[in-house]
Design a protein around this ligand. Sequence first.
Ligand code: ADP
Ligand code: MG
Length: 225
Amino acid sequence: AENMMVETEKLKVAGQLAAGIAHEIKNPLTSIKGFIQLMKADEYPNKKYLEIMEDEIHRLDIISNELLVLAKPHKHKVSVQDLIQIVKEVIFLLEAEAVKKSIQIKSVIEDQKLMILCDIHKVKQVLINILKNAIEAMDQGVITIHMSKNENNALVSVIDEGCGIPDEYLDHLGKPFFSTKATGNGLGLMICQKIISEHGGNISVQSTQMQGTTFTITIPMIKGN
Ligand code: ADP
Ligand code: MG
């Protein structure tokens, strides 16, 4: 009987996820279909409509890529990496986006090397997601990325000065499709959590509304470093 319960619970979760996916896919499809119909009535293709359709297809592409990360069993391509170098690369990738919003990204490095065993692409994806969220939460100001270690773990904190997260939303973080953004898909943090837990680590969040949010990623370090 116990197993049955587990299976029923799994089906419920799968059902909720399926409903969310269907909803997320339906919106862009409806809009693409609408613009095709409009263009069929015209003699010439409309560039503006084509651009919107391209954006919507891009959105569908992102959603399916993110869902694939979830669907794939954790087939890690692991190697020894310095987490500090990974963070530096991610800052470089998002620097332009930050500058556009007058946001400065500062890094504070407390320990020179944070050696971890990881799938570098997945860890990059996590850092990109969290740093992007920080940028999206702010109009301007400073994002501080703090890198340090404790006895067993490497720690990266992304500290923003953004809108903050209301207490009643904290429990929803990481649930599929929970998003407060007009163009968000609410898959980012769920994927981050999956990836970090596959690395034996965890993600914690601390937030004060109107002041800012701190996401801290903890990943076990390689012994003897
Ligand atoms: P998305 O970015 O597509 O909305 P995420 O899973 O990345 O999806 O984030 C889910 C939600 O968590 C966001 O819509 C936002 O409400 C909240 N959130 C995440 N990071 C931050 C942050 N740094 N500051 C404020 N809110 C945040
Ligand atoms: Mg996000």
